[in-house]
Design a protein around this ligand. Structure first.
Ligand SMILES: Nc1ncnc2c1ncn2[C@@H]1O[C@H](COP(=O)(O)OP(=O)(O)OP(=O)(O)O)[C@@H](O)[C@H]1O
Length: 311
């Protein structure tokens, strides 16, 4: 096991940011930590990387307590923070040399490592430009490159694709996949984008308000909704009465509305569509279409919390 968190708690004066979290990450896995803003993801990462101390509980990295052995643990982990931690006036290459030296790399080894990693994140061509001229996505790619310089066994990424262009986002996702497949890198990836976690991760933990609300493989998690189905109902005009009547339908666990599409999570039963048509008729609502969806991780979150991941 590379990481094990046991009954991890972090309290601030007014908030209990992490409330007794247990999680583990095995060697070679890509594990996702998925949750909305404020769920506690960054706090967990800061505790794993020994930037902040847990209020109680412990984190073991390869069996050793982070709190007791921070200096032994840092070389094992490459941490990519949410904020860009780079020198904007420097070129990408200069930034890499600066951080490489800070990690103790010198001479040929440093030169080779810098070039290898710049190639990996797709910045070889632009390495001699000051990074203040870079796009947000390129800066994030360099941020990842810096975290890989000391050849960590595991990389921990805190929402590395927030606010960047789709091309850089895809590049980052592919880079992580390749690192895992080709270099057997263990990865902890946090995000509030369900699609990214779904694409990348073998196993995941879904967090909300400081707690892990569900964990398992994607299939296991979606299996929670195996007795239910998601139906998108398109209506001619939004109707409060139709919406409220649907909410009262037996077994319905969620009803959300956006742009004339009402999405429901309801029990799988043959009569469901007929019942919806009846409810629509009684509330004078004209239905335009139905679409049955396979449940997504977003639906599981909605089912468990009654809220959307990105509310
Ligand atoms: N230094 C701090 N002092 C007080 N409260 C804090 C501090 N750091 C985090 N919190 C609170 O702890 C909770 C969890 O925050 P955290 O940043 O870990 O969430 P997150 O899931 O990473 O969300 P985001 O994606 O917005 O970073 C939030 O309510 C936040 O306001």
């Amino acid at each position: 096991m590379v990481i094990e968190a046991v009954e991890l708690v972090k309290s601030y004066k007014k908030v209990e940011a992490v409330k007794g979290v247990n999680l583990f990450i095995e060697k070679g896995e890509i594990v996702g930590l998925l949750g909305p803003n404020g769920a506690g993801k960054s706090t967990i990462i800061s505790m794993i990387s020994s930037l902040i101390k847990p209020t109680s509980g412990d984190i073991l990295v390869k069996g050793k307590s982070v709190a007791k052995n921070p200096n032994e643990i840092r070389p094992i982990l490459g941490v990519v923070p949410q904020d860009i931690a780079l020198f904007l006036e420097f070129t990408a290459k200069e930034n890499m040399y600066f951080f490489g030296r800070a990690y103790g790399l010198r001479g040929k080894k440093l030169t080779e490592k810098v070039q290898e990693i710049l190639e990996l994140v797709g910045l070889t061509e632009r390495q001699n430009e000051q990074i203040k001229t870079y796009s947000g996505g390129m800066k994030r790619r360099l941020n990842i490159a810096v975290a890989l310089l000391h050849e960590p066994e595991m990389i921990i990424m805190d929402e590395p694709t927030v606010g960047i262009d789709p091309q850089s986002r895809n590049y980052i996702l592919e880079t992580i996949r390749n690192l895992n497949r080709e270099k057997k890198m263990t990865v902890l990836y946090t995000s509030h984008y369900m699609e990214e976690v779904e694409y990348l991760c073998d196993r995941l933990y879904i967090m909300d308000r400081g707690e892990i609300i569900v964990s398992g493989t994607k299939e296991e998690i979606k299996g929670i909704l195996s007795q239910e189905q998601t139906v998108d109902i398109k209506v001619e005009e939004d109707s409060e009465m139709f919406y409220q009547s649907l909410r009262k339908y037996p077994g319905i666990s969620s009803v959300t509305i956006s742009n004339q599409i009402i999405s429901i999570i309801a029990p799988k039963k043959a009569q469901l569509l007929e019942d919806i048509i009846e409810i629509a008729k009684n509330s004078g609502t004209k239905l335009l279409s139905f679409e049955l969806q396979t449940p997504s991780l977003e639906d599981v979150f909605l089912h468990l919390t009654g809220r959307k991941l990105r509310d």
